[in-house]
Design a protein around this ligand. Structure first.
Ligand code: CA
Length: 224
């Protein structure tokens, strides 16, 4: 899952970014609204973490602008206490949730997860193919009803493939979803993750197959 953190306090931003990265999220950080526009043209984020008081304006204007163009990317406002009016205005403008500073990282992480599984109405929280079952809310993977361990990145990768069973998922889409701008994405980073995931599935006797579609991407197939 790829997140964009918009926060002008560098120290806080670093803490948040590191905390989320440990949990397996890919996080890009920017400290003003102008940059957000540029980044949004390059990347389809899964979630925005938005501070309201930014050097070049109020984060509210971003929420209004996104919702006006029907961009429904979840937005979590992170704001200082005392800005109650802003918080209410933020929710009214179309933000999905807010968190008051100072907050504990575990709470931020769980709010993020909650927001990321919200579009579940259309996506479904349980994904399965063959004997593989993935709970996208709990982030748990079962093969033939037995739990299988995998890293957060492998889990993300599997989720993307499961959401497009039988169809090719372009590698650019996977790279965008799995890595932030700061991650050093070597040409074979994705291959390495795919190969580890394949190995895990094989050891667990999963009957799905992840095929490499040369020059395009990857596809997960169910047994015939
Ligand atoms: Ca600020």
């Amino acid at each position: 899952m790829r997140l964009l953190l918009i926060e002008d306090n560098a120290r806080l931003a670093t803490l948040i970014r590191d905390g989320l990265q440990v949990q397996g999220f890919a996080v890009d950080w920017c400290d003003n609204l102008k940059k957000v526009e540029l980044l949004q043209q390059l990347v389809q984020y899964d979630l925005l973490l938005l501070d309201l008081g930014l050097p070049d304006g109020n984060g509210l204007s971003l929420i209004y602008a996104m919702r006006r163009r029907k961009d429904m990317t979840p937005i979590l406002i992170i704001t200082a206490r005392g800005e109650l009016d802003d918080r209410v205005a933020g929710l009214d403008a179309g933000a999905d949730d807010y968190l008051c500073k100072p907050f504990q990282l575990p709470e931020l992480v769980s709010r993020c997860r909650a927001l990321l599984r919200r579009p579940g109405a259309s996506l479904g929280t349980i994904l399965c193919a063959g004997n593989v079952l993935f709970d996208s809310a709990e982030r748990t993977l079962l093969v033939s009803d037995y739990p299988v361990d995998a890293t957060p990145r492998e889990i993300d990768l599997l989720e993307h493939l499961l959401r497009h069973v039988g169809h090719v998922v372009p590698r650019s889409m996977l790279e965008n979803a799995l890595y932030s701008m700061e991650d050093e994405v070597t040409p074979n980073a994705l291959e390495a993750s795919v190969s580890r995931l394949r190995k895990r599935l094989k050891i667990a006797a999963a009957n799905v197959q992840i095929r490499t579609i040369h020059g395009i991407g990857y596809a997960l197939f169910e047994p015939r």
